[in-house]
Design a protein around this ligand. Structure first.
Ligand SMILES: NC(=O)C1=CN([C@@H]2O[C@H](COP(=O)(O)OP(=O)(O)OC[C@H]3O[C@@H](n4cnc5c(N)ncnc54)[C@H](O)[C@@H]3O)[C@@H](O)[C@H]2O)C=CC1
Ligand SMILES: O=C(O)CCC(=O)C(=O)O
Length: 384
C-alpha cells in the first residue's frame, strides 16, 4: 500500500522522515491521503474525496474547518504540547521586552553615529523599565503553554494568578503550588501587572481583551499575546495604550493596525519557531498520521474521539459516524446478516461525532460494506 502526503508550510524534514517507505511526499498532490499543515488557512480549500486526515503540526487549529472535516469523515489532529516550551521561552522574553525597553534601546543604540560609548551613558536613562520579580502575572489559559509559563514565572519570583474554567486534570497536576487560582477574569484584570494569554481562539474567546476588560485593569499593565491576534481588540488596545492604561502590548500577530505603533511590540509569529519545536511538532504529526493511515487508530484528534485498539483478526474496518443512538447496533446487524464475525471492536464518542473500529474474523463482503455506508449518520468507512 502506498500513501501520498501533501505538506503545506515548512514542515521539518526530521518529522517527515518518520513516514519512510511506502509514502510519497508531494507539495502539489491533487489527491493526497493526508495533509500536514502549520498555519496555512484551509477554510477556503475544497478537500478531495481521497483525503483521510489533516495533521496540524502545532497547537491552534483555528486555521482548519474542523466541523466541515468531521462531516466529510476527515480526521483532524494537532500535536498537543509539542511546541509549548518554545512558546514559554518567548513569553518570558516578551515579559522582559515589555518591561525593560530593550527593543527601543537597541534601535536607539544602533542609530548613534559618533561618541557612541559616551552617548550611551548619557542617553540610557530614557530606557529604564521595571523588573518582573515580585510583580503579579495573570495567566489566562492553563494548558500545555500556560502551565509552563506559570511555573517558570513562579521560579522567576513573580506572583502568579491563573485562570482556566476548563483546566484538565493533567494540567492542574502540573501546576506549581505557587500558582494561585483566579476565580474569574475580573480578578486577573484587577490584580495583574502583566497579563499573558494562552487559550485557543474561537467564537467564545474572540475579543476577550476589549475596552471593558482594559477598563478593569491596573494603570500601566503589560499585555502579552502569543496566542492569536483575534483574542485582543486592536482598536481597544491601541486606545488603552494612548490613555496610559496599557504600558506595552507584545503580540506575535502583527497586522497593519499594530505595526510601528508606540507601545506595541510586534513579533512575526515566532512562538513555535525553534528547531526543537519544529521537529517535535512534525514528528508527532507524522506519527499520528501514519498510525491513522495504517491502522485506523486515532490519537490526538480534535474532531473525533481518540480511539485505539491493537490490530487483530483478518480484516479491520473503521467507521467515522455521527454520535447517534443505535449506530453500533445497525453496523453489527449489517455484519451479522452477512455472516461476518467480530473478533474485537471499540466505539468511542466525542461531542457530535463517534468512531468505531471493528476487527473481523473473515473479510467483509462488498454488500455488507455498502450497507454500512448507507446507514444514516455514517460519514466514512475504511477497510484496512
Ligand atoms: N505563537 C505561536 O507560535 C503559538 C501559539 N499557540 C496558541 O496558544 C494556544 C494555547 O496553546 P496550548 O497551551 O498548547 O493549548 P492547550 O490546548 O494545551 O491549552 C489551552 C488551554 O486554554 C483553556 N481555555 C479554553 N478556553 C478558555 C477560556 N475561555 N478562558 C481561559 N482558558 C481557556 C483550555 O482549557 C486549555 O487548558 C493555542 O490554541 C494557539 O492558539 C500555540 C503554539 C504556538
Ligand atoms: O507553526 C507555527 O509556526 C505556528 C504555531 C502555532 O501558532 C500553533 O501551534 O498554534
Amino acid at each position: 500500500m502506498s500513501y501520498t502526503i501533501k505538506t503545506l508550510n515548512k514542515i521539518s524534514p526530521k518529522g517527515l522522515s518518520k513516514f519512510g517507505e511506502g509514502y510519497v511526499l508531494d507539495d502539489n498532490a491533487a489527491n493526497p491521503d493526508a495533509i500536514l499543515v502549520r498555519s496555512a488557512s484551509l477554510h477556503e480549500v475544497e478537500f478531495p474525496e481521497s483525503l483521510l486526515s489533516i495533521a496540524r503540526a502545532g497547537a491552534g487549529v483555528n486555521n482548519i474547518p474542523i466541523d466541515k472535516c468531521a462531516e466529510k469523515g476527515i480526521v483532524v489532529f494537532n500535536t498537543p504540547g509539542a511546541n509549548a516550551n518554545a512558546v514559554k521561552e518567548l513569553a518570558i522574553a516578551a515579559m522582559l521586552i515589555s518591561s525593560r525597553k530593550i527593543v527601543d534601546g537597541i534601535n536607539w543604540a544602533n542609530s548613534l553615529t559618533e561618541n557612541v560609548a559616551k552617548e550611551v551613558e548619557k542617553g540610557k536613562a530614557q530606557f529604564v523599565g521595571p523588573e518582573i520579580e515580585g510583580k503579579v502575572l495573570g495567566v489566562i489559559g492553563l494548558g500545555a503553554i500556560g502551565v509552563l509559563i506559570s511555573n517558570a514565572a513562579v521560579n522567576l519570583g513573580m506572583e502568579v494568578l491563573g485562570y482556566d474554567p476548563y483546566i484538565s486534570i493533567d494540567a492542574a497536576w502540573g501546576l506549581s503550588r505557587g500558582v494561585k487560582k483566579a476565580p474569574d477574569l475580573k480578578t486577573i484584570f484587577e490584580q495583574a501587572d502583566y497579563i499573558t494569554l494562552h487559550m485557543p481562539y474561537n467564537e467564545k474567546t474572540k475579543g476577550t481583551l476589549n475596552a471593558a476588560a482594559f477598563a478593569q485593569m491596573k494603570d500601566g499593565v503589560r499585555i502579552i499575546n502569543l496566542s492569536r491576534g483575534e483574542l485582543v481588540v486592536d482598536e481597544d488596545v491601541l486606545a488603552a495604550i494612548e490613555s496610559g492604561k496599557v504600558s506595552t502590548y507584545v503580540t506575535d500577530f502583527p497586522n497593519e493596525k499594530l505595526i510601528n505603533k508606540p507601545g506595541v511590540i510586534t513579533i512575526p509569529h515566532l512562538g513555535a519557531s525553534t528547531p526543537e519545536s519544529e521537529d517535535n511538532c512534525a514528528e508527532m504529526a507524522a506519527k499520528q498520521t501514519k498510525l491513522y493511515l495504517e491502522t485506523g487508530n486515532i490519537k490526538n484528534s480534535v474532531n473525533f474521539p481518540n480511539c485505539e485498539m491493537p490490530m487483530s483478526g483478518v480484516q479491520r474496518i473503521t467507521i467515522a459516524h455521527r454520535n447517534v443512538p443505535n449506530m453500533v447496533g445497525q453496523i453489527s446487524t449489517a455484519l451479522a446478516d452477512a455472516k461476518l464475525n467480530i473478533e474485537h471492536m471499540i466505539n468511542n464518542s466525542r461531542g457530535d461525532y463517534a468512531y468505531t473500529i471493528i476487527d473481523l474474523e473473515n473479510k467483509a463482503t462488498d454488500d455488507s460494506l455498502a450497507r454500512i455506508k448507507a446507514i444514516e449518520g455514517v460519514l466514512r468507512v475504511r477497510v484496512i
